[in-house]
Design a protein around this ligand. Structure first.
Ligand code: FES
Length: 105
């Protein structure tokens, strides 16, 4: 599994998603509840950036139609989205947040 640096840990604010691009893939990096998560930044319902949505209860909410995706599994909690969004493994190395795109779950 190859990890690449997504951003610095110090750049993340609690519950404020940060959009990064890794190998051409838009990824939203989220620090919440003492953990850091990485989820594909595009909603599975339409081509909308999830990082512009709100984070609550370990979910990121799509600002357009309100489906919320679990940051651990990528699964939507409700309609209109029905398909999960890919989530990626995260590793913290000092002040670096590392994300692996190779193993999607
Ligand atoms: S575009 Fe995200 S729920 Fe519709």
């Amino acid at each position: 599994m190859t990890f690449v640096r997504a951003c610095g840990l110090g750049e993340l604010e609690e519950n404020t998603p940060k959009r990064v691009e890794l190998d051409g893939t838009p990824v939203s990096v989220v620090k919440t509840e003492g953990e850091v998560f990485a989820i594909n930044d595009i909603c599975s319902h339409a081509n909308v950036s999830l990082s512009e949505g709100e984070v609550e209860d370990c979910q990121i909410e799509c600002w357009l139609h309100g489906s919320a995706f679990d940051l651990r599994t990528g699964k939507p909690s409700g309609l209109p989205a029905t398909r999960p969004v890919p989530v990626y493994p995260v590793k913290i190395d000092g002040d670096d947040v590392l994300v692996s795109l190779s193993q999607e779950s």
